[in-house]
Write a protein that binds this ligand. Structure first.
Ligand SMILES: Nc1nc2c(ncn2[C@@H]2O[C@H](COP(=O)(O)OP(=O)(O)OP(=O)(O)O)[C@@H](O)[C@H]2O)c(=O)[nH]1
Length: 425
């Protein structure tokens, strides 16, 4: 049948018939061999399968376990993908809204992106880590004190006083804290030593809280004037703020108003590049007010949301400092009256009580709205925050807990006092 089929198809001629028949004969044999081989292979495979099934039965439980694990992994992956999709959807929504209305509610929306929780946890651990030196100084000593004391007596209050004073909280603020503590312990009939610690934490939180602790940059446009002595971390803080606002979708510009120090504008320019924002700078020795004037006009023409101005931090002559700053504020009032204005003083926490003097001097030279406290990670003197807020009544708005671009946090009284008085593990 097969031979005939080949013959019919190919239409072989008579004289070639013999040769052809031979070829066909050979091919048929080959095909038959091949078929036999395939059948054998198939039988082998079935045998293997049967063996595997038998093995499968023995390992049924084990298989069940693996399947269960795989299912769980798959479920986690699906949840992760759903989270990512949700975030991406939100981002697309935000992008689209910002296209429709560039001044819209970008910031509010982006804060609603799920992931807020882990971010908050990370910020707190970063804060705790940053404050570890201050915490060791305060909490370590308080721990020892509370462990050694069973009764709540005058001796306990005196020792708390000593610990707070040596923790750079300052005499006046310490007295205020301990007096309030004494009163509250009595009023609330606190009998347990742990209750005293809890109360201390609440009093500190109360002192640090303020209604205007948030950076004021709304309504747009806003101008931030950053002041402070050399080396406190002004340039770094400006870079960190710029980067953060830029990531939040704001159009940010920097003004290199420190024309006094040779490398100041260059350093600021590096931060501008890192943060991905524009900068206006003049040459060394130029008039800082001229830089501010130019930057305001550039900000207006480019529809900038937040203009952040660096200033020179010379402090050797208070009169000079006051003159220079008041000239800058005059320019801002005249050229940018519509802008939300925020004047921020940068203070280096490592200087402890000396920081208080700087605040006092700058308070006379500029209408301060808030403080950026830097280098909290490198000091045991973080307690100075309390003295600044309590005695000088200026809200702490931002804190620096490291040198990296992301190491600037909003100041949160509750987290701060929790980190400061956290029980040592
Ligand atoms: N550990 C730590 N270092 C910081 C922080 N903020 C700033 N610094 C470091 O402090 C040093 C001085 O910072 P700058 O930003 O140059 O200070 P500045 O006030 O602009 O100084 P001048 O440009 O001289 O006026 C740099 O080495 C920064 O990396 C912080 O929060 N933590």
């Amino acid at each position: 049948m097969f031979k005939k089929f080949i013959k019919n198809i190919m239409g072989f001629e008579d004289e070639k018939e013999k040769d052809d028949e031979e070829i066909i004969e050979n091919s048929t044999e080959e095909i038959e061999d091949l078929e036999e081989q395939q059948i054998e292979e198939a039988i082998e495979k079935i045998k293997e399968d049967i063996k595997e099934d038998a093995l499968g039965e023995i390992k049924e439980d084990f298989k069940e376990e693996i399947i269960q694990e795989l299912k769980e992994e798959l479920k986690e992956d699906i949840e992760e993908i759903e989270d990512i999709e949700e975030v991406e959807d939100k981002n697309i929504e935000i992008e689209e809204e910002s296209k429709e209305d560039p001044m819209g509610e970008i910031q509010e929306e982006s804060q609603e992106v799920p992931q807020e929780q882990p971010k908050k946890f990370n910020l707190f651990s970063k804060l705790k880590e940053g404050l570890s030196k201050t915490t060791q100084n305060l909490t370590g000593k308080l721990d020892d004190l509370f462990k050694g004391h069973i009764t709540i007596d005058e001796e306990l209050y005196e020792e708390i006083e000593e610990i707070l004073i040596t923790g750079d909280i300052g005499f006046e603020t310490t007295m205020k804290i301990v007096d309030t503590l004494r009163t509250n312990v009595k009023k609330k009939s606190i009998k347990e030593i742990d209750g005293v610690r809890e109360e201390l934490k609440l009093i500190v939180e109360e002192i640090l809280s303020s209604d205007d602790a948030k950076l004021k940059i709304e309504p747009s446009p806003a101008i931030l004037v950053v002041v402070g002595v050399n080396g406190v971390g002004k340039t770094t803080s400006i870079g960190k703020i710029a980067s953060r606002l830029n990531q939040e979708g704001k159009k940010v510009m920097l003004a290199a108003g420190d024309t006094f120090r040779a490398a100041a504008a260059d350093q600021l320019e590096i931060w501008a590049q890192r943060a991905g924002v524009d900068i206006v700078k003049h040459g060394e020795g130029a008039d800082p007010s001229a830089v501010i004037f130019d930057s305001i006009h550039s900000a207006k023409s480019k529809n900038i949301d937040v203009l952040i101005c660096d200033t020179a931090g010379r402090l050797h002559n208070k009169k000079n400092l006051m003159q220079e700053l008041s000239k800058i504020f005059r320019i801002i009032e005249r050229e940018y009256p519509e802008a939300t204005r925020e004047v921020l003083l940068v203070i280096d926490a490592t200087t402890g009580q000396n920081a208080m003097n700087q605040v006092k001097i700058f308070k006379e030279a500029a209408p301060l709205d808030g403080i950026i406290l830097t280098k909290l990670d490198g000091t045991a003197k973080g307690g100075v925050v309390l003295a600044i807020k309590s005695e000088l009544k200026i809200p702490i708005k931002l804190i620096g807990v490291g040198e990296k671009i992301e190491d600037l946090q909003d100041f949160d009284a509750k987290s701060f006092s929790e980190a400061l008085f956290a029980k040592s593990e």
